[in-house]
Write a protein that binds this ligand. Structure first.
Ligand code: NAD
Ligand code: MG
Length: 378
């Protein structure tokens, strides 16, 4: 008998980051922000929150957050900073803390980060410092922030001596990844975030990579089920790694797949906006797979699949510009040695024995990396 009832996918998927008494949920889905009010009501002593955002996101999405909180009677106190990486500065950190003090924030209050990774990183650091730690909630609005920066508790600001050099591990109490907020994101930012999604498949989930080969276009078109599934799978992958190694003393380093090459490319390019972080990571992952192939570690066929998928989604997979550009093999290798993750002159590289079979290659032979890069740049 037809009952008239249909089973529908839940609108929101919950991924839990298991960190004992600091465990938290990541709510993923189209319209997930609707659950913010109820979740906050259960956490707050007083019906008010502080919200930090950037001016672009404030213009586009402030009304969504206000709407989500109005029914539960939680008032919001907003501060918007200019968009862009330069915002992650000491002086802005001080400004945020002063604004919180001026408004008598205390440890039982919650500071919400509404924005991309820039806002998430500086807001988390401010929350960790405010009276030695106030509540912190992430509402990421870029794809990169939804699948990467909002999960795992790394917070930071930049200094003229380097990116993310000053920071703390400070976990949020809740993350809400509302995939509907991504609809206003420029296509290039979306693709850059997609590179980090591909990364999770390449690290340890070959089936997910295969799924992306088929469904990547739907993900990038923000088809609700596809984007939610991609974000939730990515968050589950990151949550599992963070739960195992919160402070990156071991397995968390796998998340740097493509990043040692990628950071060197970004640095060599002077962090200019013509190479976004995710774009550099895409090239870096392709390089890691091809270097592995050159060293007899990675099947060439897998390196080709990585390259083909990145290119199919509009990402680059080779070093741009070739000769005459800002990139030389010597310069890139020297930048790799300066990487924050390098210890005692040794550079760990994340390599792969195949798609979904990444591992930490502790002692990369930089001479062979340089030879490889020379050939890439011909
Ligand atoms: P971002 O925060 O600068 O956002 C990119 C741009 O998109 C900005 O101009 C922003 O105003 C705009 N934007 C944000 N949401 C939007 C929306 N929904 N619609 C339209 N425009 C929108 O950059 P990002 O790529 O999100 O994050 C990069 C930062 O994240 C870097 O500072 C990086 O160091 C950091 N990061 C941190 C971690 C971590 O674990 N903490 C991990 C990866 C990256
Ligand atoms: Mg990254």
């Amino acid at each position: 008998m037809e009952t008239g009832l249909t089973v529908t996918r839940p609108a929101t998927e919950t991924v839990t980051v298991e960190l004992a008494d600091r465990s938290y949920d990541i709510l993923v889905g189209h319209g997930a922000l609707d659950q913010l009010g109820a979740r906050l009501s259960a956490m707050l002593k007083r019906p008010r929150v502080f919200v930090l955002t950037d001016e672009t996101v404030e213009r586009l999405h402030r009304h969504r957050l206000d709407e989500a909180l109005r029914p539960v009677g939680i008032s919001t106190n907003w501060k918007a900073l200019p968009p862009g990486e330069k915002t992650k500065s000491f002086s802005n950190l001080e400004g945020i803390l002063d604004w919180l003090l001026e408004n008598s924030a205390d440890r039982s209050d919650i500071l919400i980060a509404l924005g991309g990774g820039v806002i998430g990183d500086i807001t988390g650091l401010a929350a960790s410092l405010m009276k030695r730690g106030m509540g912190f909630v992430q509402v990421p609005t870029t794809l990169l922030a939804q699948v990467d920066s909002s999960v795992g508790g790394k917070t930071a600001v930049n200094t003229p001596r380097g990116k993310n050099m000053i920071g703390a591990f400070y976990q949020p109490r809740l993350v809400i990844a509302d995939t509907e907020l991504l609809e206003t994101l420029p296509a290039r930012e979306l693709r850059a975030g997609y590179a980090e999604i591909v990364k999770y498949g390449l690290i340890n989930d070959a089936d997910f990579f295969t799924w992306l080969e088929t469904h990547g276009e739907e993900v990038l078109a923000l088809e609700p089920d596809a984007i939610a599934q991609a974000v939730a799978t990515s968050c589950r992958a990151k949550a599992a790694i963070v739960a195992e190694d919160e402070r990156e003393t071991g397995v968390r380093a796998l998340l740097n797949l493509g990043h040692t090459f990628g950071h060197a490319l970004e640095a060599a390019n002077g962090y200019a906006p013509d190479l976004l972080h995710g774009e550099a990571v895409a090239i870096g992952m392709a390089l890691a797979f091809r270097y592995g192939a050159a060293e007899g570690i990675t099947p060439a066929e897998d390196a080709n699949r990585v390259r083909a998928h990145l290119e199919a989604t509009g990402l680059q997979s080779v070093i741009p510009g070739k000769q005459g550009g800002p990139y030389t093999a010597e310069n890139l290798v020297s930048l790799m040695q300066q990487d924050k993750k390098a210890t005692a002159g040794r550079v760990p590289l994340i390599l792969a024995r195949g798609i979904g079979k990444s591992y930490i290659h502790q002692d990369a032979d930089l001479a062979s990396v340089e030879t490889f890069l020379q050939a890439e740049l011909l």
